[in-house]
Design a protein. Structure first.
Lengths: 402, 402
């Protein structure tokens, strides 16, 4: 299939592009390199030494014999170029990763809040209007987040896949209605994904667009079978307080002898997925477009749930590390239970890669190999949800000698 | 109270500014004159001869002895100037009308779809972030729309004010949850108001902002006790297919001898409010800020509901006019019932101005007085919800001699 990958240079976008290319799909990446530019703003770099996108694509051609196209384009502002690209390429599927994707960054300060909304909402809406304007019949696969549902809202009921059946009282008795699960976003970033959902619902209903919204859990892991073929294809690994995801941060911390940073009690339960399963899920979604054009299909893209403190203890036990309990910069419940339905991906053939000692060790190895690239002043999360909230000091000012 | 009126030069904003000024409040209008500029784009003008905003404010000073401030500012793009203004003014209340507000215009073409989203979402979000950044403790009153609820969704139950109590099944039995009423927007314009709702919910929860969202019905009428004091204060009256609201269009059509344009069967039931009640409701909302800072207060700003065909028949009977049944440019149900709760405004003292012969006559008089300003080629609505939908021809190519 001809697939356009929006945001195809990022943490999920790059390994997805390689995986789809490896599976025989014809890939074009669209990216404005925003993620790399935010690294410059934050004065931090991926722990792994990622190469320029042109070099990445060249090496992939050497290694695989396959071409990947690249277009430098800002989805939020370059509408006319987007339309030209769609008309030239006529993609059979579009994978949309092109959004600012870090919750802490979205709460960092006013420019970051505004960038997250302006970029994410306009990018998604430009894409939807461009599909209407060009009339291209494609299947749009969007990366959403489990965070649209919030945590603990539905009591002991597992979180359904997008839609919830509720009973509504009327003068003539209760009626049943299937609704989009109520939105309970925990950050400006998550909020933008709840706005995306409403735009998808409208453009499916009004214009018959075929849309799949993937509510993904927290991604961990770094390498896939494609990115590992050459060091110059390596995927990015964020360890900093804004962009690092919790389990990868623990692995990095264990690798350098830094205490594992648990925010609050660690009683938060979250859903997880390994990057290798992310790329498989995307292919499943791309190659199984929804039949229904009246409303978006929603799939929960997760494989397991864990309490953050349990993850910290597991990493600490296996790899030897202390745990530090730090003030929580987020406004969220101290503790929550979480059960999530993911029946649709399982039915479509996903075989989950679950947490295991081997996988954790592999993560630690990546972190260990590039430990000298760590800036210890970037580890603590200092983006707080409201001004005045407590921020932790650095726990290490320089890396311990190994 | 010191009140900042965003979009204070528009159809609802201008009479609201004058009413609040007349009631002794200290008013500053912020407006980028977008609505006047869209008139230029559409090659149409208000039926009533509205004066430049500077003249309006000068005349109001002559007539009332009261000053109204004016700031020309684009809420969606001039963030830093907005912050400076807020810090200088420190308003005790902000009324937010500054959004593109016509459903047909929002469906007109791609630039209009994009403008509606880019302007409305960024404007609202800039305002919210600016309130957080400046820490100004103000009460924000936003003009939403009844269209966020959709029509016919809740069976025989009246539409509640913002929040709906539903029952959710769990393994431990049903639990009750109060949710924001599910969003069922009928156009890109209405969609932006559903996005606003989610942004308000987040910024109330996270930052404790005090927000009132007014879900307003279709406004009819033109003049208030303030705009009528001098012809140069006259309010705008839109009669064209994009911006004209249904009842005002019928009044204009009756006044010039044009058949009343009913789209589809006319079986659509909608909620209405007279412009005189709009301005009263705004003052009630401004002077009664919500106590709750954890979630927005939602009030339904409507006074009555009517079936469109019944309105057409009423106007036709009283004023003598034919009815023309035209293809419906909207994707909507042919017919719906509608009951709406508006208990909160009634409890806060609103005394509804309901449809009556006198009011209709007054509307017809306004239209009759300025009938020579009508461009008959602008009457038919030609913005369709999907390309390829049927568009009606002009019913009149020139005004009938009176």
């Amino acid at each position: 299939m001809r697939v356009l990958v929006l945001g195809g240079d990022g943490f999920c976008g790059w390994p997805t592009s390689l995986y789809l290319s490896d599976r025989g799909h014809d890939i074009t990446i669209l990216d404005n390199l925003s993620r790399r530019k935010i690294d410059i703003e934050l004065e931090v770099e991926s722990l792994t030494p990622i190469r320029p996108v042109g070099e990445r694509i060249r090496v992939w051609r050497e290694v695989s014999g396959r071409e990947i196209g690249f277009v430098s384009l800002d989805l939020a502002t370059e509408y006319d170029r987007l339309v030209s690209l769609l008309e030239d390429l006529r993609p059979e599927a579009i994978v949309h990763f092109a959004e600012q994707r870090a919750a802490p960054y979205s709460m960092r300060n006013t420019p970051a809040r505004r960038y997250t909304v302006d970029n994410n909402v306009r990018g998604t809406h430009n894409l939807l209007t461009a599909l209407v304007a060009t009339g291209i019949d494609t299947s749009l696969v969007h990366l959403g987040t489990m965070g649209v549902y919030g945590y603990g809202w539905s009591g002991s009921a597992p979180i359904p896949e997008g839609y919830l059946t509720v009973k509504v009282p009327t003068p003539d008795g209760e009626i049943e209605r299937e609704i989009l699960h109520p939105a309970n976003p925990g950050s400006v970033y998550h909020m933008t994904k709840t706005l995306d959902q409403l735009m998808f619902a409208f453009y499916a209903k009004n214009d018959g667009l075929r849309i799949t919204d993937l509510h993904q859990g927290i991604v961990w892991g770094t390498q896939t079978q494609q990115t590992i073929r050459d060091e110059r294809l390596i995927n990015r690994f964020d360890y900093d307080g804004d962009y690092g995801t919790v389990l990868n941060r623990f692995l990095m911390q264990a690798a350098i002898g830094h205490p594992l940073t648990v925010h609050g009690t660690g009683g938060q339960t979250r859903a997880f997925i390994h990057i290798r399963d992310t790329v498989r899920c995307i292919e499943i979604a791309v190659t199984n477009p929804p039949a229904d054009r009246t409303r978006p299909r929603v799939l929960n893209q997760i494989t397991e749930t864990h309490r953050v403190l349990d993850l910290a203890k597991m990493v600490a036990d296996i790899m030897g590390a202390d745990i530090a309990y730090l003030p929580n910069p987020r406004q969220e419940a101290d503790e929550n239970d979480l059960a999530v339905r993911n029946d649709q991906f399982l039915a479509l053939g996903l075989q989950p890669t679950t947490l295991s000692e081997g996988l954790l060790e592999e993560g630690k190895d990546v972190a260990g190999r590039y430990r000298d690239r760590v800036d210890p002043t970037k580890i603590i999360c200092r983006s707080v949800w409201r001004s005045g909230m407590e921020k932790a000091d650095d726990l290490l000012t320089e890396l311990p000698v190994q």
